[in-house]
Write a protein that binds this ligand. Structure first.
Ligand SMILES: Nc1ncnc2c1ncn2[C@@H]1O[C@H](COP(=O)(O)OP(=O)(O)OP(=O)(O)O)[C@@H](O)[C@H]1O
Length: 278
Protein backbone atom coordinates (compact mmCIF):
# COMPACT_ATOMS: atom_id res chain seq x y z
CA UNK A 1 0.00 0.00 0.00
CA UNK A 2 1.29 3.46 -0.89
CA UNK A 3 1.66 6.03 1.89
CA UNK A 4 -0.41 8.49 -0.15
CA UNK A 5 -2.84 7.79 -2.95
CA UNK A 6 -4.59 10.53 -4.87
CA UNK A 7 -7.47 9.12 -6.86
CA UNK A 8 -9.22 10.88 -9.73
CA UNK A 9 -9.32 14.32 -8.12
CA UNK A 10 -11.39 16.95 -9.90
CA UNK A 11 -11.66 20.42 -8.45
CA UNK A 12 -12.89 23.87 -9.46
CA UNK A 13 -12.72 27.19 -7.64
CA UNK A 14 -15.81 29.34 -7.32
CA UNK A 15 -18.29 26.48 -7.43
CA UNK A 16 -20.92 28.27 -5.36
CA UNK A 17 -23.62 26.20 -3.70
CA UNK A 18 -26.09 29.09 -3.61
CA UNK A 19 -28.37 29.72 -6.61
CA UNK A 20 -28.32 33.51 -6.02
CA UNK A 21 -24.59 33.83 -5.62
CA UNK A 22 -23.46 32.12 -8.78
CA UNK A 23 -19.78 32.71 -9.49
CA UNK A 24 -17.61 31.95 -12.45
CA UNK A 25 -16.47 28.35 -12.07
CA UNK A 26 -12.79 27.79 -12.68
CA UNK A 27 -11.79 24.16 -13.29
CA UNK A 28 -8.31 23.64 -11.85
CA UNK A 29 -7.83 19.89 -11.40
CA UNK A 30 -9.24 17.23 -13.66
CA UNK A 31 -8.99 13.49 -12.93
CA UNK A 32 -5.66 13.75 -11.09
CA UNK A 33 -4.24 10.48 -9.73
CA UNK A 34 -0.83 9.77 -8.23
CA UNK A 35 0.82 7.81 -5.44
CA UNK A 36 3.77 8.33 -3.11
CA UNK A 37 5.59 5.41 -1.52
CA UNK A 38 7.02 5.48 1.96
CA UNK A 39 10.50 7.00 2.12
CA UNK A 40 10.41 8.44 -1.38
CA UNK A 41 10.15 11.88 -2.92
CA UNK A 42 7.78 12.61 -5.77
CA UNK A 43 8.63 15.79 -7.67
CA UNK A 44 5.49 17.49 -8.97
CA UNK A 45 6.62 19.69 -11.80
CA UNK A 46 4.59 22.09 -13.89
CA UNK A 47 4.38 25.65 -15.14
CA UNK A 48 2.63 28.44 -13.26
CA UNK A 49 -1.12 27.90 -12.95
CA UNK A 50 -0.94 24.17 -13.73
CA UNK A 51 -2.72 23.43 -10.43
CA UNK A 52 0.22 22.15 -8.34
CA UNK A 53 -0.45 24.19 -5.19
CA UNK A 54 -4.16 23.41 -5.39
CA UNK A 55 -3.33 19.70 -5.48
CA UNK A 56 -1.02 20.25 -2.48
CA UNK A 57 -3.89 21.87 -0.56
CA UNK A 58 -6.27 19.06 -1.53
CA UNK A 59 -3.74 16.51 -0.24
CA UNK A 60 -3.26 18.41 3.03
CA UNK A 61 -7.01 18.34 3.69
CA UNK A 62 -7.31 22.11 3.19
CA UNK A 63 -9.33 22.26 -0.05
CA UNK A 64 -12.10 19.70 -0.36
CA UNK A 65 -12.29 18.48 -3.94
CA UNK A 66 -15.57 18.10 -5.80
CA UNK A 67 -14.63 14.60 -6.88
CA UNK A 68 -12.08 11.96 -6.02
CA UNK A 69 -10.30 10.70 -2.93
CA UNK A 70 -7.10 11.34 -1.02
CA UNK A 71 -5.98 8.26 0.87
CA UNK A 72 -3.23 8.83 3.45
CA UNK A 73 -1.99 5.82 5.44
CA UNK A 74 -4.98 3.87 4.17
CA UNK A 75 -7.59 6.40 5.27
CA UNK A 76 -9.72 8.82 3.26
CA UNK A 77 -8.61 12.33 4.29
CA UNK A 78 -12.09 13.78 3.68
CA UNK A 79 -14.05 11.00 5.36
CA UNK A 80 -12.12 10.40 8.57
CA UNK A 81 -13.27 11.05 12.13
CA UNK A 82 -11.83 13.88 14.24
CA UNK A 83 -9.29 11.61 15.98
CA UNK A 84 -7.90 10.23 12.74
CA UNK A 85 -7.80 13.72 11.27
CA UNK A 86 -5.71 14.91 14.21
CA UNK A 87 -3.37 11.96 13.70
CA UNK A 88 -3.16 12.80 10.00
CA UNK A 89 -2.25 16.41 10.80
CA UNK A 90 0.72 15.14 12.83
CA UNK A 91 1.90 12.85 10.10
CA UNK A 92 1.39 15.15 7.13
CA UNK A 93 3.21 18.48 7.35
CA UNK A 94 3.90 21.33 4.95
CA UNK A 95 6.65 23.85 4.19
CA UNK A 96 5.69 26.75 1.92
CA UNK A 97 7.77 28.95 -0.36
CA UNK A 98 7.84 32.19 1.56
CA UNK A 99 9.84 31.53 4.71
CA UNK A 100 9.14 35.01 6.16
CA UNK A 101 5.37 35.06 5.81
CA UNK A 102 5.20 31.46 7.14
CA UNK A 103 6.25 32.64 10.60
CA UNK A 104 4.97 35.19 13.09
CA UNK A 105 7.64 37.95 13.14
CA UNK A 106 6.95 38.60 16.82
CA UNK A 107 7.85 35.07 17.92
CA UNK A 108 11.34 33.75 18.62
CA UNK A 109 12.61 30.63 16.83
CA UNK A 110 11.92 28.73 20.05
CA UNK A 111 8.26 29.80 20.12
CA UNK A 112 7.81 29.10 16.40
CA UNK A 113 9.07 25.53 16.74
CA UNK A 114 7.22 25.09 20.05
CA UNK A 115 3.82 25.71 18.43
CA UNK A 116 3.10 22.18 17.12
CA UNK A 117 4.64 20.64 20.25
CA UNK A 118 2.33 22.68 22.48
CA UNK A 119 -0.68 21.74 20.36
CA UNK A 120 0.00 18.03 20.19
CA UNK A 121 2.48 16.93 22.88
CA UNK A 122 2.35 17.31 26.61
CA UNK A 123 6.01 17.91 27.34
CA UNK A 124 7.52 19.40 30.47
CA UNK A 125 9.34 22.72 30.03
CA UNK A 126 12.70 20.94 30.14
CA UNK A 127 11.66 18.24 27.64
CA UNK A 128 10.29 20.86 25.25
CA UNK A 129 13.46 22.91 25.51
CA UNK A 130 15.61 19.85 24.72
CA UNK A 131 13.32 18.88 21.83
CA UNK A 132 13.63 22.36 20.29
CA UNK A 133 17.41 22.43 20.74
CA UNK A 134 17.65 19.03 19.05
CA UNK A 135 15.37 20.13 16.17
CA UNK A 136 17.49 23.23 15.58
CA UNK A 137 20.58 21.04 15.42
CA UNK A 138 18.91 18.57 13.05
CA UNK A 139 18.35 21.40 10.57
CA UNK A 140 21.89 22.74 10.85
CA UNK A 141 21.21 25.58 13.29
CA UNK A 142 22.23 25.80 16.93
CA UNK A 143 20.44 25.92 20.27
CA UNK A 144 21.91 29.42 20.68
CA UNK A 145 19.50 30.51 17.88
CA UNK A 146 16.46 29.82 20.08
CA UNK A 147 15.95 33.35 21.31
CA UNK A 148 16.40 35.03 17.93
CA UNK A 149 13.56 36.62 15.99
CA UNK A 150 12.78 35.95 12.28
CA UNK A 151 14.35 39.28 11.21
CA UNK A 152 17.70 38.07 12.60
CA UNK A 153 17.79 35.10 10.21
CA UNK A 154 18.54 34.88 6.48
CA UNK A 155 15.90 33.44 4.16
CA UNK A 156 17.70 30.10 4.11
CA UNK A 157 18.05 29.96 7.90
CA UNK A 158 14.40 30.83 8.31
CA UNK A 159 13.45 28.06 5.91
CA UNK A 160 15.47 25.71 8.18
CA UNK A 161 13.28 26.88 11.08
CA UNK A 162 10.17 26.15 9.02
CA UNK A 163 11.59 22.68 8.34
CA UNK A 164 12.33 22.19 12.05
CA UNK A 165 8.72 23.12 12.85
CA UNK A 166 7.48 20.66 10.23
CA UNK A 167 9.71 17.94 11.74
CA UNK A 168 8.68 18.59 15.35
CA UNK A 169 5.90 15.96 15.43
CA UNK A 170 7.96 13.33 13.55
CA UNK A 171 5.74 13.26 10.46
CA UNK A 172 5.66 10.56 7.79
CA UNK A 173 5.37 13.00 4.91
CA UNK A 174 6.04 16.66 4.14
CA UNK A 175 4.50 18.64 1.28
CA UNK A 176 7.22 21.02 0.12
CA UNK A 177 5.43 23.70 -1.90
CA UNK A 178 8.10 25.67 -3.81
CA UNK A 179 10.09 25.49 -0.55
CA UNK A 180 13.44 26.41 -2.11
CA UNK A 181 12.18 28.55 -4.99
CA UNK A 182 12.80 31.98 -3.49
CA UNK A 183 16.33 31.14 -2.28
CA UNK A 184 19.54 31.85 -4.18
CA UNK A 185 21.20 28.91 -5.94
CA UNK A 186 23.82 28.19 -3.25
CA UNK A 187 21.26 28.29 -0.44
CA UNK A 188 18.88 26.15 -2.53
CA UNK A 189 21.56 23.51 -2.86
CA UNK A 190 22.26 23.41 0.88
CA UNK A 191 18.55 23.20 1.75
CA UNK A 192 18.06 20.43 -0.84
CA UNK A 193 20.97 18.58 0.76
CA UNK A 194 19.40 19.02 4.19
CA UNK A 195 16.04 17.71 2.93
CA UNK A 196 17.74 14.73 1.30
CA UNK A 197 19.62 13.99 4.50
CA UNK A 198 16.46 14.21 6.68
CA UNK A 199 14.60 11.98 4.22
CA UNK A 200 17.24 9.28 4.51
CA UNK A 201 17.63 9.65 8.27
CA UNK A 202 13.92 9.50 9.15
CA UNK A 203 12.48 7.58 6.17
CA UNK A 204 10.41 10.65 5.27
CA UNK A 205 8.32 10.99 2.13
CA UNK A 206 8.05 14.26 0.25
CA UNK A 207 5.76 15.76 -2.32
CA UNK A 208 8.13 18.32 -3.83
CA UNK A 209 6.07 20.91 -5.71
CA UNK A 210 8.10 23.09 -8.04
CA UNK A 211 8.38 24.79 -11.40
CA UNK A 212 12.17 24.26 -11.24
CA UNK A 213 13.27 21.13 -13.07
CA UNK A 214 16.80 21.39 -11.65
CA UNK A 215 15.59 21.30 -8.04
CA UNK A 216 13.06 18.54 -8.81
CA UNK A 217 15.71 16.40 -10.49
CA UNK A 218 18.13 16.89 -7.59
CA UNK A 219 15.82 15.64 -4.85
CA UNK A 220 13.14 13.44 -6.41
CA UNK A 221 13.01 9.67 -6.82
CA UNK A 222 10.07 9.85 -9.21
CA UNK A 223 8.63 12.80 -11.10
CA UNK A 224 5.11 13.71 -12.17
CA UNK A 225 4.51 16.37 -14.77
CA UNK A 226 1.40 18.48 -14.40
CA UNK A 227 -0.11 20.39 -17.27
CA UNK A 228 -3.36 22.37 -17.28
CA UNK A 229 -4.83 20.62 -14.27
CA UNK A 230 -3.93 17.11 -15.37
CA UNK A 231 -1.03 14.73 -14.80
CA UNK A 232 0.62 14.55 -18.21
CA UNK A 233 2.93 11.68 -17.21
CA UNK A 234 4.51 10.04 -14.16
CA UNK A 235 8.14 8.92 -14.35
CA UNK A 236 9.25 6.31 -11.82
CA UNK A 237 12.72 6.70 -13.35
CA UNK A 238 13.30 10.44 -13.21
CA UNK A 239 15.90 10.31 -16.00
CA UNK A 240 13.15 9.32 -18.42
CA UNK A 241 11.67 12.81 -18.15
CA UNK A 242 14.37 14.10 -20.50
CA UNK A 243 13.63 11.64 -23.26
CA UNK A 244 9.83 11.59 -23.07
CA UNK A 245 8.16 11.91 -26.44
CA UNK A 246 4.85 12.98 -24.91
CA UNK A 247 4.28 16.46 -26.43
CA UNK A 248 2.99 18.08 -23.21
CA UNK A 249 6.02 16.77 -21.26
CA UNK A 250 8.50 17.59 -24.03
CA UNK A 251 7.23 21.18 -24.35
CA UNK A 252 7.25 21.69 -20.63
CA UNK A 253 10.74 20.26 -20.12
CA UNK A 254 12.12 22.25 -23.05
CA UNK A 255 10.57 25.43 -21.64
CA UNK A 256 12.05 24.73 -18.21
CA UNK A 257 15.56 23.97 -19.36
CA UNK A 258 18.03 26.83 -18.89
CA UNK A 259 18.35 29.49 -21.56
CA UNK A 260 21.85 28.50 -22.64
CA UNK A 261 21.65 26.76 -26.06
CA UNK A 262 24.12 24.11 -24.91
CA UNK A 263 21.57 22.82 -22.41
CA UNK A 264 18.48 23.41 -24.50
CA UNK A 265 19.36 20.66 -26.94
CA UNK A 266 16.77 18.01 -26.21
CA UNK A 267 19.03 15.47 -27.89
CA UNK A 268 21.56 15.92 -25.09
CA UNK A 269 19.78 14.85 -21.91
CA UNK A 270 23.08 13.70 -20.43
CA UNK A 271 24.35 17.27 -20.50
CA UNK A 272 21.16 18.46 -18.86
CA UNK A 273 21.33 15.73 -16.22
CA UNK A 274 24.91 16.64 -15.41
CA UNK A 275 23.82 20.21 -14.92
CA UNK A 276 20.96 19.23 -12.63
CA UNK A 277 22.88 16.69 -10.54
CA UNK A 278 24.22 17.82 -7.23
N1 LIG B 1 -8.36 30.36 -4.02
C1 LIG B 1 -8.48 30.45 -5.33
N2 LIG B 1 -9.61 30.94 -5.92
C2 LIG B 1 -9.75 31.02 -7.26
N3 LIG B 1 -8.79 30.62 -8.13
C3 LIG B 1 -7.64 30.13 -7.61
C4 LIG B 1 -7.43 30.03 -6.20
N4 LIG B 1 -6.19 29.49 -6.00
C5 LIG B 1 -5.67 29.27 -7.21
N5 LIG B 1 -6.53 29.66 -8.19
C6 LIG B 1 -6.32 29.53 -9.64
O1 LIG B 1 -6.19 28.15 -9.92
C7 LIG B 1 -5.21 27.95 -10.93
C8 LIG B 1 -4.15 26.99 -10.41
O2 LIG B 1 -3.45 27.62 -9.34
P1 LIG B 1 -2.32 26.88 -8.52
O3 LIG B 1 -1.76 27.89 -7.54
O4 LIG B 1 -2.84 25.62 -7.98
O5 LIG B 1 -1.25 26.57 -9.66
P2 LIG B 1 0.31 26.27 -9.55
O6 LIG B 1 0.61 25.23 -10.55
O7 LIG B 1 0.67 26.02 -8.14
O8 LIG B 1 0.92 27.64 -10.03
P3 LIG B 1 1.97 28.60 -9.30
O9 LIG B 1 3.27 27.89 -9.36
O10 LIG B 1 1.93 29.85 -10.13
O11 LIG B 1 1.43 28.79 -7.90
C9 LIG B 1 -4.66 29.32 -11.29
O12 LIG B 1 -5.30 29.76 -12.45
C10 LIG B 1 -5.03 30.17 -10.10
O13 LIG B 1 -5.24 31.51 -10.48
Amino acid sequence: MSLLEVKEITHSYGASRSFWRKKEVKPVLSGVSLAIEEGTCLGLLGSSGAGKSTLGKVILGLEKPQQGQVIFQGQDVYAMDAKSRQQMRRNLQVVFQDSYSSVNPRLTAEKIIAEPLENYEKLSAGEQNRAIASLLEQVGLSSSDMKKYPREFSGGQLQRINIARALALKPKMIVLDESVSSLDMVTQTTILELLQDLKTRYGLSYLFITHDIRAAYAISDAMAIMHKGQIAEVFQDKDAVFTSQQPAVKNLVDAMLPEHPRYRNAAAPTEAKKLFSR
